[in-house]
Design a protein around this ligand. Sequence first.
Ligand code: 5GP
Ligand code: ZN
Length: 116
Amino acid sequence: MTDCIFCKIVRGEIPAKVAYEDDDFIAFHDIAPAAPVHLLLIPKQHIASLADLREEHRDLMGKMLLLAPKLAAEHGAGNGFKTLFNTGKDGGQVVFHLHMHIIGGPRPWTNAQLIG
Ligand code: 5GP
Ligand code: ZN
């Protein structure tokens, strides 16, 4: 999608601190981290939100879940992490390109800001 900010990151049109990339996914550091480790894992394919998933995305989403603990461990959140999908306006979703927040790192850190 042309004007989607995360599609622009996928295409390299705007900079991001990339943590992982393969044919189907890219993970990058959140621009406003809520904890010492805050990655955004996104499919390269534009899917707006969890609410837009279809049967054809089953394998892709399975792969996404398997990637999460691997990326967390590789980026300093091996002792535990939160995963979060904000979905839709009332779910607090701001960027309408499906993304998994992977949030963790050594405590203490507050998680109050994750609820917004
Ligand atoms: P949402 O509320 O949609 O789940 O969260 C979107 C997340 O994307 C926010 O945590 C926000 O900080 C992050 N974000 C928004 N724009 C950019 C950007 O241009 N680069 C990066 N790295 N993160 C972004
Ligand atoms: Zn997009």
